[in-house]
Design a protein around this ligand. Sequence first.
Ligand SMILES: CC(C)(COP(=O)(O)OP(=O)(O)OC[C@H]1O[C@@H](n2cnc3c(N)ncnc32)[C@H](O)[C@@H]1OP(=O)(O)O)[C@@H](O)C(=O)NCCC(=O)NCCS
Length: 178
Amino acid sequence: MTDTADTCQNHNDEPQGKTPEESAVIMTHQVLPSDANPAGNVHGGVILKHIDTAAGVVAMRHVRGWAVTASIDRMDFLKPVYVGELVTIKASLNLVGRTSMEVGVRVEAENLLTGEVRHTNSAYLTFVALDGLGCPRPAPPLLIKGDVAERRHRQALRRRELRRQAIAEERAGDQTRA
Ligand SMILES: CC(C)(COP(=O)(O)OP(=O)(O)OC[C@H]1O[C@@H](n2cnc3c(N)ncnc32)[C@H](O)[C@@H]1OP(=O)(O)O)[C@@H](O)C(=O)NCCC(=O)NCCS
């Protein structure tokens, strides 16, 4: 991570809150042979790109400005995705901090011939809102209403804590080695 503290100005504006529904997206993509290995399985990196794109759209919609990927949590490939299938990526905000946002993404693959739908991936990404100078800027607060949003928010708070601990431990390890 860069140290932006010296060069970035303070943002004291208080943007208005928004609900997760206002920025949520559902994106679809039909898998082509160029997305897959010779056995017809889609490359993990192709799926990751779609996940990152959908999550980035959510973050930009929420802030109505630039946002960059700060981190992607562990990602499991639960089931394979094959050429010809329709991939649906559902992405929405779980948590907004000061400048950072956690986006939850669920990926499903649909066999267009049989109609079978499989849950193939879930991922959590953190984006940071940026101003015109590339400095972190405050994101609108997330208005959380309803059981689903509350559960996702609670779980996201736990993940953020674990992420922060991991970053702190890594930095402490770097200093010990230096
Ligand atoms: C992401 C980035 C802007 C953060 O800059 P920084 O100097 O660490 O900023 P700060 O220390 O002020 O932290 C800003 C926010 O990001 C969060 N953050 C920083 N690093 C993070 C990480 N690795 N994972 C999750 N969140 C992180 C902080 O917790 C803070 O959140 P908050 O404001 O909600 O409390 C900077 O590291 C960057 O530009 N990285 C490259 C991004 C990129 O190129 N992505 C790929 C292409 S989009």
